[in-house]
Design a protein around this ligand. Structure first.
Ligand SMILES: Cc1cc2nc3c(=O)[nH]c(=O)nc-3n(C[C@H](O)[C@H](O)[C@H](O)COP(=O)(O)O)c2cc1C
Length: 418
């Protein structure tokens, strides 16, 4: 549904010298260097793929093409790396020739508009709701989610098989014309389940301390890098995420070593995509991190930008200084992408402080030309949750651009003229 006109708001365009209007380099100094503007499409599952093949349809070609813009990065919806990784019939895969061919149409359409598209590589682990009885639910540890099958603990053979599947998926993504691949390490799915002690109770080399718990993540990243090279691989992390029973007592203790290891191992890594902490106070059952912890991704930004924060008593103390950050450079090329809660009103200030690329989810659903609207100060339409996951074109490819809205108004006003 198109939001009613009273949901439309007014704002002024960013100042010409605004950081929001300055591009940033992805893969700076490498042969893959790309210039990106600051508004990316966040990965958004929309459940509109063909249930028989789990391939995107022509609707998806239109949907992504509508959201593409010159120098704009789109991260596609989470995409299963293998049949075993999945469990939702209308979520897509990248493990069959048919799927690769269907994604090629999407990537071609995006490139034709001067944009870029990364594939988000996905495996459900214990988040498999058991909709497909042929897919066994496996996870680092046999800890189930409410209304989900209790997972079988993954063996070393299972782990090896999944790592291989991620690598093959990345090769397929390359064949399908994706510009790179983002590992879905967030929101309580398989990689995230390995990382956090709430879901990983293993006693072997893939569990225990954070070195063990991050071993799966790094093996998978190595497999993706084999296909694309460091510069064209990203990872999404949600240190503050509570979705699907996640959240560590002290997320800094888990994620600081992960980010440190990441930049050490992969000095030319493409990007780290953080989900921002959000205000969850409305949910009384929500768990909170330990008292005194300031929820912020700034300590991670500092590590990526090479800023030493060890003189601060804790990462929270550093976060409270509300620091500003430089853009990536040839020396520290890793781009930081940030998602969750960005809108046309707050994104300029956020980018001015952090230097991140802002990935936007919900407002990009209802505004296919969102970057253009934000960069020009045009009004932005509110989204309609009821069509986030509904099948078919409604709420998917029927959202008007600003120009279409204006043209429609012109037609209407012409129609009422005497
Ligand atoms: C309909 C919908 C589908 C989503 N699907 C994914 C997904 O496939 N992968 C992912 O990492 N996050 C997914 N998310 C989370 C978004 O990428 C994003 O982090 C979240 O919407 C917050 O950003 P926003 O405030 O701009 O909407 C989804 C969110 C929504 C609303």
């Amino acid at each position: 549904m198109v939001a009613p006109i009273d949901a439309v708001n007014q704002r002024s365009a960013p100042q010409p010298d605004s950081r929001l209007l300055k591009t940033v380099k992805l893969g700076a100094g490498s042969q893959y260097e790309k210039e990106l503007h600051r508004i990316a499409l966040a990965p958004l599952t929309r459940f509109r793929n063909a249930p028989e093949t789990q391939a995107p349809t022509d609707l998806a070609v239109t949907y992504y093409q509508q959201r593409a813009s010159p120098k704009g990065l789109l991260i596609n919806e989470a995409t299963f790396v293998s049949t075993e990784a999945g469990g939702y019939p209308t979520a897509p895969g990248i493990h069959s020739e048919e799927q690769v061919a269907a994604w090629k149409k999407v990537t071609d359409a995006v490139h034709a508009k001067g944009g870029y598209i990364y594939l988000q590589a996905w495996a459900l682990g214990r988040a498999n709701a058991g909709q497909d009885p042929k897919i066994e639910t496996v996870a680092p540890s046999p800890i189930g989610l409410k209304d989900h099958p209790v997972p079988r603990e993954m063996t070393i053979e299972d782990i090896d098989k999944f790592v291989k599947a991620y690598g093959t998926a990345a090769q397929n993504a390359k064949k399908a014309g994706f510009d790179g691949v983002e590992l879905h390490g967030a929101n309580g799915y398989l990689v995230n389940q390995f990382l956090e002690s709430v879901s990983n109770k293993r006693t072997d080399e893939y569990g225990g301390d954070i070195q063990g718990r991050s071993k799966f993540l790094f093996r998978v990243l190595d497999a993706l890098i084999d296909a694309f090279g460091q510069e064209r691989v990203g990872v999404r992390l949600s240190p503050w995420g509570r979705f699907q029973d996640m959240l560590e007592d002290d997320p800094y203790a888990t994620y600081i070593p992960v980010v440190q290891e990441l930049v050490k191992r992969y000095p030319k890594f493409g990007y780290v995509h953080f989900v921002e902490p959000r205000n969850w106070t409305g949910a009384p059952e929500t768990k909170y991190p330990k008292e005194g912890i300031v929820e912020s991704n700034d300590p991670f930004r500092a590590i990526i930008r090479g800023i030493d924060i060890s003189s601060y008593p804790t990462p929270s103390d550093y976060a409270q200084t509300n620091p500003t950050f430089e853009d990536p450079s040839a020396e520290k090329p890793t781009v930081i992408i940030s998602a969750a809660g960005h809108d046309a009103d707050n994104v300029e200030e956020f980018v001015a402080r952090t230097g991140d690329v802002a990935a936007v989810g919900r407002y990009f659903i209802s505004n296919p030309d969102l970057p253009e609207r934000i960069f020009n100060g045009y009004p932005v339409r509110k989204y309609d949750r009821s069509t986030f996951y509904s099948p078919g074109p409604i709420g998917y490819i029927d959202q008007p651009t600003w120009k279409e809205e204006q043209a429609a108004k012109g037609v209407e006003s012409a129609a009422v003229q005497p």
